[in-house]
Design a protein around this ligand. Structure first.
Ligand SMILES: Cc1cc2nc3c(=O)[nH]c(=O)nc-3n(C[C@H](O)[C@H](O)[C@H](O)COP(=O)(O)O)c2cc1C
Ligand SMILES: Nc1ncnc2c1ncn2[C@@H]1O[C@H](COP(=O)(O)OP(=O)(O)OP(=O)(O)O)[C@@H](O)[C@H]1O
Ligand SMILES: [Mg+2]
Length: 511
């Protein structure tokens, strides 16, 4: 088998180890699932090209182990036995598309073409054919790899199958070492400076490979394998635009909108991460405290959510909130433990990967001294290209800000106070500018909800800038009505009008 031979004959020890481990994962998958139950997701990209050849080798070696002396293939037989799916979209690069078809034809791969989005396509596939595991060319640097292992069940909300990622731990360099050592064909775009390929709408050649030659009019690029720092593999990929970005005037840096807002309403979302809160083992104290703090500076907290300690859950919530609020605060799940998935989830929400941050690492080594282990380095992995460190003399380690998402590391209210004071103090960033405090008026009444409903709704119509809210401490107790707004006179006028409407059973309380 030519791939296996090329690796055996080469003297790149690192590549040999990577190959051996990937083949091991493939063989375990083929032992766990029957050949009819597995599928390979192939799209002509460099990573899936690597995987195609690894699967060919892995299947061959698996067959040899099963006692087929020729790897189960009779002479001249070229049929690749694993069902192969390709999601073909109108925005695919024509070069990628033709490479996918041509490669499939060369290696006897029968392609199942799917022309739906990933989720619906997989749903239909699973309904039509029993598929328990899908091989993917996902690697650790990909935004989508956050939280994944070599065998990872599909995410909540996705059809159920096992994602098998044999090259998860391969670096950019490993991918090119493999393709060049095995002398296999790859898509021609990689020779034109493309280093990671999405769609024609979001991918350009990697500027780091640009050959600056003023004599030549058209820009030229070096081949992808010449990119020396694999962490910059995705530099030619545009950031994904959020589908709900219209809700607030979000800008590309997500923060311009927070600049000067005296009298206007700024909104914040709060996300707590922790299975313990959801199990009822501990009570979240930071959320309510943060609500009070934000309210005191005139911000509106539009949502407070608690999510599981799971990168996908964090990513989903942050993705939704970041485009609907001016700022998102997230806490819990920050650190080196297995359950500390918050920073990874934030990276995933923005479609970037985690990469080592030397400055942050420096802070951590000051803090932990020599006690650090490899885990400490993991803590210094931050969302690449979007992280700003918020430094303040009161903070031993800066806070992490990714566009409009702030990761708080506080574990109790005292620590939160400290971090809040630092954020307020960071005047240069104008992050948490006060938008003018809310003015609140409360009144209690012994009237029933039915009696109050109509007058109160009239007030909301007459005073559209005023928030009206009601609550009771018990079903039998009095009803407390709150009117709140930014303008003292309007709030007072609304309160007077309401008091008149509720002429009996009313007692105004001081604020
Ligand atoms: C076969 C297959 C299975 C996938 N399963 C999941 C999944 O379980 N969870 C998820 O969030 N995304 C899943 N995805 C989507 C990928 O994570 C990712 O969004 C996609 O490959 C696009 O990557 P790109 O943005 O790097 O081009 C799956 C994609 C494919 C092709
Ligand atoms: N349109 C698609 N059809 C089938 N599989 C896909 C598709 N898009 C992504 N995948 C799967 O997801 C994996 C990761 O995609 P990704 O774009 O990161 O890698 P790639 O396309 O192989 O290489 P590159 O990073 O250079 O684009 C692919 O290797 C493939 O297994
Ligand atoms: Mg790709």
């Amino acid at each position: 088998m030519e791939i296996d031979k090329a690796i055996r004959d080469c003297d790149d020890r690192r590549l040999k180890t990577k190959y051996k481990n990937a083949i091991y994962v493939i063989q375990r998958a083929l032992a766990l699932y029957s050949i009819e139950e597995v599928a390979f997701s192939f799209n002509g990209g460099k990573d899936s090209t690597v995987l195609l050849h690894l699967l060919r080798a892995g299947y061959f070696l698996h067959q040899m182990e099963q006692g087929h002396s020729n790897g189960g293939l009779s002479d001249g037989e070229f049929t690749f036995p694993i069902r192969t799916i390709y999601f073909e979209t109108p925005s695919v690069f024509p070069e990628i598309n033709s490479f996918t078809y041509e490669t499939a034809a060369s290696y006897g791969v029968k392609l199942d073409i799917i022309r739906e989005d990933f989720k619906s396509g997989l749903d239909a596939l699973l309904k039509a054919k029993r598929t328990r595991a899908i091989f993917l060319g996902v690697r650790i640097g990909d935004p989508t790899a956050v939280g994944q292992e070599q065998f990872s069940p599909s995410s909540p909300g996705w059809p159920p199958f096992m994602r098998v990622n044999p090259i998860l731990d391969w670096s950019y360099r490993d991918v090119w070492a493999f393709l060049l050592t095995c002398k296999v064909q790859y898509c021609g775009l990689y020779d034109q400076g493309y280093t990671s390929i999405g769609s024609i709408n979001d991918t350009i050649p990697n500027a780091l490979l640009c050959i600056k030659d003023s004599a030549v009019e058209k820009q030229k690029f070096r081949p992808a394998y010449m990119l020396s720092d694999g962490r910059l593999e995705r530099a030619g990929r545009a950031r994904k635009l959020s589908s709900v970005a219209t809700c607030v005037p979000a800008t590309s840096n997500g923060l311009k909108c927070v600049e000067s807002h005296q009298g206007s309403i700024q909104t914040a979302s709060i996300v707590a991460v922790g299975d313990e809160i959801l199990y009822g083992i501990i009570e979240d104290q930071l959320g309510p405290s943060l609500c009070r703090k934000l309210h005191s500076i005139g911000w509106l907290v539009s949502q407070m959510a608690t999510v599981r300690s799971e990168a996908d859950s964090v990513a989903e919530e942050v993705e939704r909130r970041k485009s609907m609020s001016n700022l998102v605060f997230i806490y819990g799940g920050v650190g080196p433990l297995h359950s500390d998935v918050t920073v990874g989830g934030v990276a995933k929400a923005f479609g970037v990967r985690l990469a080592p941050d030397e400055e942050y690492e420096e802070y951590l080594s000051h803090m932990f001294g020599d006690k650090g282990t490899g885990n400490r380095n993991e803590m210094a992995q931050l969302p690449e290209g979007i992280t700003e460190l918020l430094e303040h003399e009161k903070l031993p380690v800066p806070l992490i800000k990714c566009h409009n998402v702030i990761v708080l590391t506080a574990t109790n209210v005292d620590e939160l106070d400290l971090q809040w004071d630092a954020l307020i103090d960071l005047r240069s960033t104008n992050l948490l500018a006060s938008t003018g405090p809310f003015v609140s008026k409360h009144l209690t009444t012994s009237l029933s909800d039915l009696e109050v409903a109509k007058p109160l709704s009239k007030i909301s119509i007459e005073f559209p800038d005023i928030y009206t809210g009601c609550y009771r401490k018990s079903r039998a107790g009095p009803l407390v009505i709150t009117l709140e707004g930014k303008d003292q006179e309007t709030v007072e006028a609304a309160m007077e009008a309401l008091s008149k409407k509720l002429s009996s059973g009313v007692k105004q309380i001081s604020v």
